[in-house]
Design a protein around this ligand. Structure first.
Ligand code: ADP
Length: 599
């Protein structure tokens, strides 16, 4: 084209390694008139292109060179344009193909407003959760049984003019069986169970939460009679702010969702057969409107299991694993060892025990596996590689022995179960494990003894090594908390009398809502209390130095001491433990009549 003089202009695009060739109007190539005067050509090296062009022009005898321009700016936009065109092409192909939905369409927007609930239909295969699968929780089961009855035979209630129950709010800490109970209601009543988590309603896009609530209830009505279950309802049921200025943004969205929920719940009154259950562990932050009578008919508290309930839960979960003896042999003992555990924790213990047994290639799960599992949940796994120097080991041994011995000598302390100096992955260098009583009320003396036990570690270090270490941080935290609580919350201080003192956080302000004078008195009294506990602890340990040394030396040698081993070393505890709670050694003997013993 150059030789025939048809080229009018060349545009070099260095970044795209391309040249655009523009021909004169009506150019003729190979004897034909061209239809388009613009051609593109890929080149290898844009920087040398013009040089070569001029050389060729010289050779061809062209004196007046072709105009050459460089286009350095449009290349990025050009690329983007090419990309966009490419995607547009892809999408148009994709949308024409059957079964492939283009990623952006109005359809997916409307889908977002749909409630993504989990549906458990009792008529479709599988055995659901029955009441007998929920261990303990007698009172709660009793309450929800009425709902089951209602769902099965609504006429019986309507005939007498009883109002239709709308539902129940299950309150309580996580892992205690709220979901389990709600599912059991559905299975027992043989109705579908629609469950959704509170957080699944929340989305950044306005109005979606409300749309999902609407959708969920619509689906519920379609399937009536049925149960709608919203887990962690606090995610949408938070207290509305009450200020209009906050009506925008995410809090506005939350309020809209909650309002829709309230509207739907009110609307349910006439539509019989849809029962609403919801669970939360933060009833305190729920909006008042949700808690008002008429919304949820019942508030059912599902608290951490008691001793008897833990025993039942243990039996339930132990029956699922292969044990080397009957579940009843273990359940009583382990229920005692696990105060404060939730149902989910217990399920976890049983599973850990089975895992441990499997790791050791056992054919059956034994008592030692269960003990290992409980200990692991309480203290974390052993970390044998976590080496301590000899000096540190001595300090830890005396520290733990100090705790154990003070507990041994005081009347109001829990029974020692085991003391160990094997470091744990939870960063503890050792611990003394007790069988805490499930007592709910504590006297001043008991709290004082608790402080002494906690200070036992620090005091022992001080007496033996005449120096103190950083190992007592946790203990000191506990002691300080107990001391301040006694003075500020329980009215146990004789100088201040039976008063309750509100903290800054409680009142929501930055300053203490009490006078500086009172502040000084509180601090002084707390100091006095802690130091008198410390003094008593030190005296006690000094008087029993021989025992302290015995325990510590045995601990250094064996790393772990059980209750029995401590008895062999220093004799039985100073006070009659039988009166306080069962001795650990008595567990086996008393299993038969455990049901009759109170806690
Ligand atoms: P929540 O809803 O209260 O957080 P879940 O009902 O989800 O707790 O319970 C979690 C798990 O804990 C259950 O799957 C079950 O294995 C176990 N669990 C909790 N409470 C009990 C109980 N009372 N009886 C049997 N298992 C329980």
């Amino acid at each position: 084209m150059l030789a025939t003089g048809e080229v009018k202009e060349l545009i070099i695009r260095p970044d795209m390694e391309m040249v655009t060739i523009i021909l004169h109007d009506g150019a003729i190539i190979k004897g034909k008139k061209v239809t388009s005067t613009i051609f593109h050509m890929a080149i290898a090296d844009a920087s040398k292109f013009e040089e070569k062009l001029r050389e060729i022009e010289l050779r061809l005898g062209i004196t007046e060179g072709v105009a050459v321009t460089y286009d350095r700016h449009s290349d990025i936009t050009g690329r983007i344009m090419v990309l966009i065109l490419f995607f547009a092409l892809l999408m148009s192909i994709a949308s024409r193909m059957k079964g492939v939905r283009s990623p952006i369409s109005m359809d997916s927007f409307s889908q977002m407003g749909r409630a993504k609930f989990t549906l458990v239909d009792p008529f479709e295969g599988g055995r659901g959760v029955l009441f007998k699968d929920v261990a303990g929780l007698q009172e709660a089961k009793q309450e929800v049984k009425e709902f089951v009855d209602y769902l099965k035979a609504p006429q019986k209630y309507q005939r007498l003019g009883a109002k239709v129950p709308k539902g129940a709010l299950l309150l309580g800490p996580p892992g205690c069986g709220k979901t389990l109970l709600a599912k059991a209601v559905a299975t027992e009543a043989q109705v579908p169970f629609l469950s959704m988590n509170g957080s699944e309603f929340i989305e950044m896009i306005g109005g979606l939460g409300a749309a999902r609530v609407r959708d969920l209830f619509q689906e519920g009505k379609k399937r009536a009679p049925c149960i709608i279950y919203i887990d962690e309802i606090d995610a949408i049921g938070r207290q509305r702010s009450g200020t209009e200025s906050m009506g925008q943004g995410s809090s506005g969205e939350l309020e809209q969702t909650l309002n829709q929920l309230l509207v739907e719940m009110d609307g349910m009154a006439s539509k019989e057969g849809v029962l609403m259950l919801a669970s939360t562990n933060r009833a305190d932050i729920l909006d008042k409107a949700l808690l008002r009578p008429g919304r949820f008919d019942r508030h059912i508290l599902i608290d951490l299991p008691t001793l008897q309930e833990r025993k039942e839960i243990f039996e339930k979960h132990l029956s699922d694993i292969k044990l080397d003896s009957k579940p009843a042999q273990f359940s009583g003992k382990h229920a005692r060892l696990t105060p404060g555990f939730s149902g989910a924790d217990i399920a976890n213990v049983c599973n850990e025990a089975a895992l441990h047994a499997a790791r050791q290639c056992q054919t059956k799960v034994s008592a030692s596996n269960l003990e290992y599992a409980v200990e692991r949940l309480v203290g974390g796994t052993e970390k044998r590689s976590h080496a301590l120097s000899l000096v540190e080991r001595r300090v830890v041994a005396y520290h733990e022995s100090g705790h154990a011995l003070v507990g041994w000598l005081l009347p109001n302390s829990d029974i020692l179960l085991k003391v160990t100096i094997v470091p744990r992955t939870s960063l503890a260098l050792g611990f003394a494990q007790y069988t805490p009583s499930e007592q709910k009320l504590h006297s001043k003396e008991e709290l004082f003894d608790k402080m002494c036990v906690a200070l036992g570690g620090r005091a022992a270090e001080n007496i033996i090594f005449n120096k103190i270490t950083t190992g007592a941080q946790n203990d000191l935290e506990k002691v300080t908390k107990i001391a301040y609580a006694q003075i500020k919350k329980f009215g146990m201080n004789t100088n201040l009398g039976p008063i309750y003192i509100t903290d800054a956080e409680e009142s929501g302000s930055y300053n203490h809502p009490f006078s500086e004078n009172l502040h000084r008195i509180i601090d002084k009294e707390a100091q006095n209390l802690v130091s008198s506990a410390y003094q008593k602890t030190e005296e006690l340990l000094k008087k029993n130095l021989d025992k302290l040394e015995k325990i510590a030396e045995a601990l250094l040698e064996k790393k772990t001491l059980s209750y029995d081993e401590v008895v062999t070393l220093i004799g039985p505890p100073a006070y009659d433990v039988a009166n306080r709670a069962l001795e650990p050694v008595e567990f086996e003997k008393s299993l038969k009549n455990l049901g009759e013993k109170d806690e």
